[in-house]
Design a protein around this ligand. Structure first.
Ligand code: FA5
Length: 366
């Protein structure tokens, strides 16, 4: 047996016996590596005479080919075995809960918006939306607030430097009432909508923030009167606060876009430093809290929105969503709503799986 033949047999035996990829790599270096004996043997061919080379080359070439094939085959076998072993070791328990450590929660404002939509949907209201970047015609003029109205002042309203193509001022809407105008212009009458969303005013303290949320309500039909407004709000608040002893007080007020106008107050008491809605505001230990404004839609507003006030009437209301969220869920500082503090959200937030439904009680916690 020549040297090459015995060396090749020894190498093939070592390859067959290798139990790891590392051992196999060591064998490759020893044979086919730069300084491996097969490579060195191949190099000697260059210094041989053609006759010597013809005699020696086939044995070296065939040694290289058989060792390379054996290395490839063994490598594939070892990798397959390693994968098998890994698959056997790593198991997935499909019965484990999907969220072992729940992260994130639904913000109380989003939760209350879902609750509002659920309750008003049950009363036959659709949800409408409008742009937060509005023009002064929809936000003020069509709502019967003329050029000189004080609410238009720079210190109350955030204006943009540009104007629309029609020459209207552009601003961040100061209330959701412009959605009334857009809904009437888009759909005509009759109408039954709510419009929840963000509004902006130059305001900041414990109960006022520069951005807050309102929900607008608008009902336009024939023969609508203030009694319908009171029933609607009372029915809504009973469902929302989940108690029957809700007492509303409609206090005469003034909004340019409603006539008559009433401010909506709700009776509450204070228990352990926390405001609890319920009862008559004039009863001992009770008081009234303002939740929003409302009234019969002013005839001039109907005209601006292209409806004939001799045929159509309606009521509208605008409630502060953040206020009613604070009242229902017991927060006392509005600014914390917008700090994004994860501890606050973990405490006051809601499970994403807890969709409000009337049958489950709209505010039920998971
Ligand atoms: C309005 O915005 C009227 N558009 C409401 C309305 C609609 C009246 C339809 C008639 C018909 P007012 O400015 O009072 O009204 O705001 C309504 C409610 O928004 C307030 O009662 C209060 O709950 C809430 N609100 C007002 N300013 C702030 C603020 N800076 N931060 C938080 N909530 C506020």
């Amino acid at each position: 047996m020549t040297d090459i033949t015995s060396q090749t047999e020894a190498a093939l035996a070592a390859i067959a016996a290798a139990t790891s990829l590392d051992a196999l790599e060591a064998e490759r270096l020893e044979t086919l590596g730069k300084k491996g004996w097969v490579s060195l043997a191949l190099k000697t061919l260059g210094g041989m005479s053609p006759e010597e080379r013809t005699a020696a080359a086939p044995a070296i070439q065939s040694a290289r080919a058989s060792i390379a094939d054996a290395l490839d085959a063994k490598k594939a076998a070892l990798e397959a075995a390693a994968l098998e072993e890994q698959l056997a070791r790593e198991t997935v328990d499909l019965t484990l809960p999907a969220f072992a450590a729940p992260k994130g929660s639904v913000h109380p404002v989003s939760q209350v918006m879902d609750e509002l939509a659920e309750i008003f949907a049950d009363l036959g209201f659709a949800v409408a939306t409008g742009p937060e970047i509005e023009d002064d015609w929809h936000n003020f003029t069509a709502l019967n607030m003329d050029e000189t109205h004080p609410a238009r002042a720079m210190h109350d309203t955030f204006y943009f430097p540009d104007k629309t193509a029609e020459g209207r001022e552009i601003l961040l809407r100061t209330h959701t009432s412009p959605v009334q105008i857009r809904a009437m212009l888009d759909q005509g009458a009759p109408i039954r909508i709510i419009a929840p969303g963000r509004v902006y005013r130059s305001d900041s303290d414990a109960t006022h923030t520069p951005m807050f949320h309102q929900v607008e309500g608008l009902v336009i039909d024939r023969d609508i009167h203030l009694g319908h407004l009171k029933w609607t709000l009372e029915t809504f608040f009973k469902a929302f606060f989940e108690r029957e002893d809700i007492t509303l007080r409609l206090r005469p007020s003034y909004f340019p876009f409603t006539e008559p106008s009433v401010e909506v107050d709700v009776g509450y008491s204070t228990e352990g430093g926390r405001r609890v809605v319920g009862g008559h505001g004039d009863a001992p230990g009770h008081a009234w809290m303002e939740l929003g404004g409302s009234g019969m839609v002013n005839a001039r507003v109907l005209e601006f929105a292209g409806l004939d006030p001799m045929e159509w009437q309606g009521f509208a209301f605008g409630l502060g969503i953040d206020r009613i969220a604070m009242l229902k869920y017991g927060m006392n500082d509005l600014r914390a709503f917008f700090d994004g503090d994860p501890r606050w959200l973990a405490h006051y937030g809601f499970s994403p799986f807890d969709q409000p439904t009337l049958s489950a009680g709209v505010g039920a916690r998971a």
